[in-house]
Design a protein around this ligand. Sequence first.
Ligand code: FAD
Length: 483
Amino acid sequence: MSTSTLVWFRQDLRLRDNPALTYASERGTVIPLYIFDTACPENFVPGGASKWWLHKSLGRLNDSLDNQLHCAKGDASKIIIELIQQHNIKQVVWNRAYEPWQIKRDTLLKQTLVEAGIDVQSFNSHLLWEPWQVLKKDETPYKVFTPYYRRGCLSKPSPRMPVDTPHNLQVEYIPQLDKGLDSLALMPDINWYSTMQEMWTPGEQGAAKHLSEFLPNGAEEYKNKRDFPDLGATSKLSPHLHFGEISPNQIWYAAIHALNGNTEDVGLDCYLSELGWREFSHSLLFHFPHIPQKNFSPKFEHFPWRSDDKSLKAWQLGQTGIPIVDAGMRELWQTGTMHNRVRMVVGSFLVKNLLIDWRKGERWFWDCLLDADLAANSASWQWIAGTGADAAPYFRIFNPVTQGQRFDPQGDYVKRFCPELAKMPDKYIHNPWDAPQNILDYAGVKLGKNYPEPLVDLKASRLRALDALAQSKQQPEEITGKV
Ligand code: FAD
């Protein structure tokens, strides 16, 4: 009989503040295992950018474990059951994962193992508060962020304090169990990831570095600068958080500590509440597991989305002729990320100005984002489309020109990703179609030749969206730069 504990790594690719690993290491030797689960439903298989990140992150975890991480690919439940039988393992631990299919899989597996006399323990390492702990007085889930966070989360006991890396971690390495990282086939055949490689350092050390660089310079300024895509004022921790290379608890307490515990600080409050949005997304996905596929609000079930593959393609490639939309979509393609403000603008443009179903945008983000996260992505897309819980009402339509003028006033962000507009003066950088011919000539911009004509007229497409909306009997309102 093996006295080692099987530690099943999932979205917790770190040694520090890893409750399952700590628990196991206190009981003796551990068998660390990662399985790329091929039983994952097709829709939820990680996209290309995520797979690249996962490969790198597992590589770093393997380094930290002195090359003793076991990697396997296949039906995770079957692999674990076989392994336990073959090696007579009596203890299994993991940190909880929250996608609906993962919950189903883990519940079933736990039941099977417990029935077979195995000691199975699961822990929370991914969220500050468990989704089933934060409920309204009537025990139903919150659907609106502010009461969820302020009344729900903040009235609960403070989040768990982080724990340190286990001392003297003893690993049992079983060569026949380890198929090697490359056997997971996560890396793409074509090298489209070189820019990402330059920009990002997946893994626990990369996450800790990002946090330590952000906190002294960023948290205080965060509130004022976070909406400006060219200022780099946000923490850039989302892919690290998604893969669990850092826990929200580590960030929560490090942020409080960096501001000497001054919880009245508006920058700190604002930053912590963004972690609150992450919790809220997970709570929505937990209580309403259909949100990745179905409109939260059933009245959108028959909404007249347009089928327009040409426009969808132009949006995906950053060729819509609307500069801030194109800059955002090109940023996504080139770097695997996009600034939050711009995510909202490109999302609104797709679902409202182009009237294309939010699920097509969600899928594209899923494939291209390094931080693609089922909870955050589906909740945010539904928010933007106005179909979700606590959603921007459908009749709110971001105006990409005024949003650009407000949050990228000199067009620095647009010029970075749309170099063909580099010489456009500030006045026309977000609306080159309004520029007089002599200005276009001076800037070397030939609309329809070296930069596209706008795919749609913003005013007309807004009215078209409002017409479609009239079928849902709601009232119009436009977001200019003020929100
Ligand atoms: P910071 O501003 O530094 O925030 C700190 C952390 O808080 C983030 O790392 C993230 O974990 C969390 N957070 C911040 N804003 C949100 C939010 N609105 N919802 C949920 N969590 C948030 N975020 C993802 O992690 N994965 C996604 O797949 C994803 N898809 C999105 C799709 C759309 C259409 C929109 C509008 C937003 C999406 N977001 C997603 C939320 C947000 O854009 C990113 O979390 C943020 O841009 C990450 O940058 P950061 O780490 O610098 O964030």
